[in-house]
Design a protein around this ligand. Structure first.
Ligand code: FMN
Length: 332
């Protein structure tokens, strides 16, 4: 079951960012068609470790959100799926997403994320265990693995797809490639032709041209946006209008955005929706991307990163836009 339509716009999972506060902000700005929580450890979730309920909180739109888990065993994944099932119906997520892509050393060392790429049989068992335990949408997200050997990658993806996935999100960089390197989208497009399940394309999708190059009849089923949604949280509304405008051949009205109001609203949402222990770090992560396109990005970022409270951050932001008023309203 795929819970979104062809050409949908998805929000990528991002640790420390795609929590309930950020997803609420996006929804208020015309949000994605479908979203993912940040990754959580299946083991920690099942053992009710501190904050696991917050990592996996699928609100404000649980019926359009998947909770992402990484796991080091099929049993742990199945246990987490069962635990999620017991959530009150209104807050139950539409889907579970399995992280096969994270190459961060501590995740690989724990046997999760991209560590599975060397064990395709085990990865397929993990998917099958989740499939038997979870009746909702089941997906996975993957990078290319240790190298750019397409046959190895296709074989891995086919095995996990056949074990019961509804769709697969592909971030076409190898484990060692930093986000500065170009994603190999030709691999995603090839995979879309070779696999029997829908492919979601991810990696550096920042505008209509990039999205259109990946969509299309033989291309990806949908696109997934990560960092650009933090730099421009209104991007989904903008892209949606542009993509339907492109189909109709019509010009699209520009969108007026007040960057101060968006920043202050985020601070408010974080203050009211997240545990206190998360608040400062969440805002630091958000603002480190959000300020990137501002005229004096380095200056404002430095001041925000060194602010001791959300209140100070609000003051710093307000003062910045008083000093640089031309940065406040943008028309896209
Ligand atoms: C700060 C940050 C945190 C991330 N956390 C996750 C995560 O929890 N799970 C995951 O599958 N990918 C994670 N990723 C990878 C993104 O989902 C995405 O694949 C990557 O950023 C490329 O997409 P983009 O160019 O649209 O940002 C993270 C990326 C960033 C920058």
């Amino acid at each position: 079951m795929i819970p979104f339509a062809k050409n949908a716009l998805l929000l990528a999972p991002m640790v420390g960012i795609t929590n309930r506060a950020f997803r609420t902000l996006l929804d208020e700005l015309g949000g994605p068609d479908y979203a993912f929580t940040e990754m959580a450890s299946a083991e920690a979730f099942s053992s009710h470790a501190q904050y696991e309920a917050v990592y996996t909180d699928a609100r404000p739109s649980p019926r359009a959100t998947s909770v992402q888990f990484y796991a080091r065993s099929a049993a742990a994944m199945a246990a987490a799926c069962k635990e999620i099932l017991s959530r009150a119906a209104l807050e139950a997520p539409a889907g579970i997403d399995i992280n096969f892509g994270c190459s961060a050393p501590h995740i690989r060392k724990s046997g999760g994320g991209s560590a599975w790429s060397s064990n395709p049989a085990g990865a397929a068992e993990l998917v099958a265990a989740a499939r038997s335990a979870w009746p909702g949408t089941l997906s996975a997200k993957i990078r290319m693995g240790p190298d750019d050997d397409y046959d190895r990658f296709l074989s891995f993806c086919s095995r996990i797809a056949e074990a019961g996935l509804d769709f697969l999100s592909v971030h076409p960089r190898t484990d060692g490639q930093k986000l500065r390197r170009q994603p190999q989208h030709e691999v995603t497009l090839r995979l879309a032709g070779d696999l029997s399940i829908p492919i979601v394309a991810n990696g550096d999708i920042t505008d209509r041209g990039k999205a259109l190059a990946l969509l299309g009849e033989k291309g990806a089923y949908a696109v997934m946006i990560g960092r650009e949604a933090v730099r421009r949280p209104w991007i989904f509304q903008r892209l949606r209008a542009e993509l339907s405008g492109a189909q109709a051949g019509a010009a699209v009205d520009s969108l007026a955005i007040d960057r101060l109001a968006v920043g202050l609203r985020f601070l408010e949402l974080v203050g009211s929706l997240l545990p206190e222990a998360w608040q400062l770090e969440t805002c630091r992560r958000f603002f480190s991307y959000y300020t990137e396109t501002m005229s004096f990005a380095h200056h404002i970022k430095y001041k925000l990163m060194n602010s001791p409270s959300l209140e100070t951050m609000g003051g710093v932001l307000t003062e910045y836009f008083e000093q640089v008023p031309e940065d406040r309203m943008i028309f896209e």
